[in-house]
Design a protein around this ligand. Structure first.
Ligand code: COA
Length: 320
């Protein structure tokens, strides 16, 4: 028994913010952002929340799968920007869907959140603890960005992607995942500090801080290694995989991974040009876009790979 993705959905906020829009608030340009990253615009939440985006993505995924919310026995949301510290985004989604038979909780693995969620659901399925699950990656990163820091605020966007996963004979073939907490400081966002007046009165909030070049080096070495491990474990040749759906952080990272795997760039679909980096939501949003364009056919092999804060990485080889 393994896990098969039987439906996908996604949801982006209404508001489009172009690179030129950003050049009105920080010292940057469309030329700098698009040539260094491939990003041209992103969607940023106004009224939308992590929960509302997740809920809409979930409804679309359930409709695509032809599954009712009552059939769900597990909901996992990968996010680092849930609307509440508690309840979790997954519990909010459960309530919104009326998924009364599901256990629901969040996991924080930053940009690898959807992948870790998928692998955890797979473990639940293989252990016989669940049959039909919803895995979501969702973020409103715009709430934790320093909008005066041009080196980070131009890179990210908001949105949610979801997949319905069911216990079936074919589906997830092999996976690889890992963490390197020693290097966590190169992509970090501090949580609330202790504001107990009996102890101290520091009420500052953390914002995303990044050593871009360190993260870049991490990504271009770790991601190809992780993909190679998965392919080797499955006895699958890189050329036998139709598409490689990578976390959408930077076009140059994606092109470098393609080159290191000696594969043509056409096998690496891209959504970052119109989405930016949406952390845990990047991979499921791209998967949904590719699915809805009719690019996936039953029996095709695809690779999903996420990487980022933690540091963390996670890769799956799936039969569609
Ligand atoms: N607009 C204009 N100039 C900018 C800028 C912006 N938005 N952001 C930074 N700069 C400037 C820097 O201040 C620096 O100026 P200086 O040379 O005068 O000091 C110059 O551009 C080069 O900065 P640097 O950080 O060396 O650029 P880079 O080529 O490494 O590109 C990233 C920066 C962030 C695009 C790149 O490092 C990257 O993509 N890293 C991976 C980040 C990532 O993917 N993170 C998420 C992982 S989940």
């Amino acid at each position: 028994m393994t896990s098969r993705i039987i439906g996908t959905g996604s949801c982006l906020p209404e508001t489009v913010v172009t690179n030129d829009d950003l050049s009105a608030i920080v010292d940057t340009s469309d030329e700098w952002i698009s040539s260094r990253t491939g990003i041209r615009e992103r969607r940023l939440a106004k009224e939308e929340t992590t929960t509302s985006l997740s809920l809409e993505a979930a409804k679309r995924a359930l409709a695509d799968a032809g599954v009712s919310s009552k059939e769900l026995d597990l909901i996992v949301v990968g996010t680092l920007t849930g609307d509440y510290i508690t309840p979790s985004a997954a519990c909010e989604v459960q309530a919104g869907l009326g998924a009364v038979n599901a256990t629901a909780f969040d996991i924080n693995a930053a940009c690898s959140g959807f992948m870790f969620g998928l692998h955890m659901v797979n473990a639940y399925i293989r252990a016989g603890m669940c049959r039909t699950a919803l895995v979501i990656g969702a973020e409103t990163l715009s709430r934790i960005l320093d909008w005066s820091d041009r080196s980070t605020c131009v890179l990210f966007g908001d949105g949610a992607g979801a997949a319905v996963v069911q216990a079936q004979e074919r589906g997830l073939i092999a996976f690889d995942q890992g963490s390197d907490g020693e290097r966590g400081a190169c992509l970090a966002c501090r949580g609330r500090t202790n504001n107990n007046p009996l102890v101290q009165t520091d009420k500052t909030y953390g914002y995303v801080q990044m050593d871009g070049q360190e993260v870049y080096k991490f990504a271009v070495t770790t991601v190809p290694q992780s993909i190679r491990r998965v392919l080797e474990n499955a006895g699958t040749e890189a050329e036998d995989v139709s598409y490689y759906l990578l976390h959408q952080a930077n076009l140059r990272i994606i092109q470098s991974v393609a080159k290191r795997l000696k594969l043509e760039p056409e096998r690496f679909p891209v959504s970052l040009d119109h989405c930016g980096n949406i952390s845990a939501a990047s991979v499921p949003i791209l998967l949904d876009e590719v699915n809805r364009k009719g690019m996936l056919h039953r029996g095709d092999k695809i690779v999903l790979s996420g990487f980022g804060g933690g540091l963390t990485w996670g890769t799956s080889l799936l039969e569609w």
